[in-house]
Ligand binder design. Structure first.
Ligand code: NAD
Length: 432
């Protein structure tokens, strides 16, 4: 099938490359010249394990192309996926749909024969109706169909998630179009992915409801971890004991920092705005958002307590600053609040992240990027394990502590609290 992806970010690039790998002709479009130039020079603008090989293999075979020319890409495609960002509007809670609507306008100019226009971006209920309206201002409704096909891949696991998704959801009332899209996903369905079709608004809401539910699960276990700290119970035991119940399930039941990333924070907010608009109160999700926001401050306060409220001139190492491992995505990471806040109180921060230095901290005085774990932990008072990268799971703390005795705050519970105590480390973790 000839397809095009509008927006070549985490979703557009990964799914475009993977569609090409399934044998389709894919054109990835982006308005960002630099991104497209990089891709045309075999450089990958994002960090996503396994992506480079798939992109290079399919570019070389000619099945995967990159351009800034949306007109060319739309004209030459049967299916057009909209994969642009839908961030939160500044100082508001609702999703900013300007990129989606802009893409729709541009698509409308280039429709020359029947096109299936698929929204992969996460968009509020009824956005498909609005896209349809925008396009029908220029083109007859007979020339296009707007469909919702929400994306569920996770950064860091995106290739695996694309190839082996739990489910593929298509939202449309047009049976012919559903059949056509099902055939695009056929290789994945044959490998076990469940296919589910519903109407367009239904598919749009499935995505938001799923993210809001997962965010709720994380927030729930984080609050139970707070209770564990007060009652002397081990959160790990509670998670295992709960997760063994198949109605609950063990995933997303690991206590840690506040949820972050490019999706949960913005999507939880956006769904409550949609609900308010339709005069329906999503009070659970509203509490989740509040609790998650509070958690960032709560963890910063915990650090202050660990350092007996003497923050000034303390040297603190951060291991990992991204919101989760195997990604370079900093959006809404807990570190974005913790580091500036501790820094403001006079702490010197030394951070190491496997994906490199972060521009978000450039402007902060006394926040230093280090090239490796040893350099970051040299002569520090406290090591904070912020992100769950593999390389932080097997640290030799004895070697790290040659120069100075330090405390450890393991925000991911990577180490056994008992063992660390036995080894004589001043070790703190979450919910234990
Ligand atoms: N990142 C994830 O893990 C993930 C997972 C599932 C769903 N989503 C959803 O997918 C959407 C995209 O997310 P992302 O993380 O890939 O975003 P991103 O910011 O990484 O990429 C979006 C890209 O779209 C481009 N763009 C914007 N307007 C354009 C236009 N008119 N024409 C061409 N290109 C344009 C931008 O330059 C950018 O490169 C969002 O709605 C997000 O909520 C993201």
């Amino acid at each position: 099938m000839k397809i095009c992806m509008i927006g070549t970010g985490y979703v557009g690039l990964v799914s475009g490359a993977c569609f090409a790998d399934l044998g389709n002709d894919v054109c990835c479009v982006d308005k960002d010249n630099e991104k497209i130039n990089m891709l045309n020079n075999k450089e990958i603008p994002i960090f996503e394990p396994g992506l480079k090989d798939i992109v290079n293999k399919n570019s070389e075979s000619g099945r995967l192309n990159f351009t800034t020319d949306i007109n060319f890409a739309v004209k030459n495609s049967e299916v057009i996926f909209i994969c642009v960002g839908t961030p939160t509007i500044k100082n508001k809670a609702s999703a900013d749909l300007k990129f989606v609507f802009q893409a729709a306008k541009e698509i409308s100019k280039s429709i020359n024969k029947f096109k299936i226009i698929v929204t992969k971006s996460t968009v509020p209920v009824a956005t498909g109706d609005k896209i349809e309206k925008i396009i029908s201002k220029r083109k007859s409704k007979k020339l296009f169909e707007v469909v919702s096909n929400p994306e569920f891949l996770r950064e860091g696991e995106a290739i695996r998630d694309f190839r082996f998704p739990d489910r593929i959801v298509i939202g449309s009332n047009n049976k012919k179009v559903i059949r056509r899209l099902k055939s695009l996903y056929d290789p994945l369905i044959k490998k076990g992915a469940k296919f589910f079709s519903t109407n367009r608004r239904g598919a749009e809401l499935i995505k938001y409801a799923s993210n809001a539910f997962l965010a709720t699960k994380i927030t729930f276990i984080n609050e139970i971890a707070n209770l564990c700290e007060k009652t002397g119970v081990n959160i790990e035991d509670v998670s295992i004991g709960m997760g063994l119940d198949q109605r609950i399930g063990s995933r997303f039941l690991r206590a840690g920092p506040a949820y972050g990333g490019s999706c949960f924070p913005k999507d939880t907010k956006a769904i409550t705005v949609t609900a308010d608009l339709f005069k329906s109160d999503l009070s659970i999700i509203k509490s989740v958002i509040k609790s998650n926001d509070k958690r960032r401050t709560l963890l910063t306060d915990r650090v202050k307590k660990i350092l007996s409220n003497k923050i000034k001139n303390k040297r603190i190492a951060f291991l990992g600053v991204t919101f989760k491992p195997n990604t370079d995505d900093m959006r809404q990471s807990t570190s974005l609040l913790m580091i500036p806040s501790l820094n403001k109180k006079g702490a010197k921060i030394y951070y190491y992240d496997p994906t490199g230095e972060k521009s978000e901290f450039y402007k902060l005085k006394n926040v230093f990027y280090c090239n490796n774990i040893n350099e970051a932990c040299k002569k520090v008072d406290l090591i904070i394990i912020h992100t769950e990268w593999e390389e932080f799971k097997v640290l030799d703390f004895k070697k790290l502590s040659i120069n100075k005795k330090f405390k450890i705050f393991d925000m991911r519970n990577l180490y056994s609290a008992e063992l660390m105590k036995k080894k004589g480390f001043d070790y703190y973790s979450i919910g234990r």
